[in-house]
Design a protein around this ligand. Structure first.
Ligand code: FES
Ligand code: FES
Length: 195
C-alpha cells in the first residue's frame, strides 16, 4: 500500500453519538434540547420540504438533504465564496445562513445552470473556452456570482468584473483566466449567441 492509498483494513470506530438514521438524529437533537423544524423552499425549480435540526447551515442542507454537492464548502466562515448560491436571485454565502433563513425562498445552485437538455449554460461554456479554472473547486461560487453579475449588468467593465468577483477566492489561477472567461461570456451574450 502506498501513502496515497487509504488503509481500509481497520474498521473505523463508531462514535457513541453517531446517528443510525435521520429519525435517530432528530430524536437525539430533541433530547439534547435542540430544535427540530420543517423547512420548505424551492431548489432549482423543485419544491422541497425537509425536517431537520434548526441549527444546520444552508450549505450543509443543500449538500446533505438536497443531494446537491456542486455547492462547495471551503472556509465555512464567509471568506472564500465557494458556497455561493442565489437566494431569490441574490448571491449569498450559504455557509453563513441557517437553512431556516431560506424558508420560502427560491434557491439556485450550480446544478441549476445547465440547460434541460444537458448543455452547459453559456457562462459555463465561456469559462471552458477561456480555460477559466484549474482545479475548479472555486468554480461553483464564481459561476453563481457571475450569473448574478451579468443579470444585473450585462456589459460590465473589467474593473466591475473584478470588483464583483472580489468576494470569491481562487487559489490556483491568479484570477486573470476567470476574468477572461467572464468577458468571453459577455461577448457571447452581446453577439446574441445566448439562447
Ligand atoms: Fe462559505 Fe467559504 S465556504 S464562504
Ligand atoms: Fe482551483 Fe480556483 S481553480 S481554486
Amino acid at each position: 500500500m502506498t501513502q496515497l492509498e487509504p488503509d481500509t483494513s481497520a474498521t473505523p470506530p463508531t462514535p457513541a453519538s453517531a446517528p443510525g438514521s435521520a429519525a435517530d438524529r432528530l430524536e437525539a437533537e430533541r433530547a439534547a434540547g435542540g430544535s427540530v423544524v420543517e423547512v420548505s423552499f424551492t431548489v432549482n425549480g423543485d419544491a422541497q420540504t425537509h425536517t431537520l435540526e434548526a441549527r444546520r447551515t444552508l450549505s450543509d442542507v443543500i449538500r446533505s438533504e438536497c443531494g446537491l454537492t456542486g455547492t462547495h464548502v471551503g472556509c465555512e466562515h464567509g471568506v472564500c465564496g465557494a458556497c455561493t448560491v442565489l437566494i431569490d436571485g441574490e448571491p449569498s454565502r450559504s455557509c453563513l445562513m441557517l437553512a431556516t433563513q431560506a424558508i420560502g425562498a427560491e434557491i439556485t445552485t450550480i446544478e441549476g445552470l445547465a440547460r434541460p437538455n444537458g448543455e452547459p449554460h453559456p457562462i459555463q461554456q465561456a469559462m471552458m473556452e477561456a480555460h477559466g479554472f484549474q482545479c475548479a473547486f472555486c468554480a461553483p461560487g464564481f459561476l453563481m456570482s457571475t450569473l448574478a453579475l451579468l443579470d444585473e449588468n450585462p456589459s460590465p467593465t473589467e474593473d466591475e468584473i473584478r470588483d464583483e468577483l472580489s468576494g470569491n477566492l481562487c487559489r490556483c489561477t491568479g484570477y486573470q483566466s476567470i476574468v477572461d472567461g467572464v468577458q468571453c461570456a459577455v461577448r457571447a451574450r452581446n453577439e446574441g449567441s445566448e439562447s
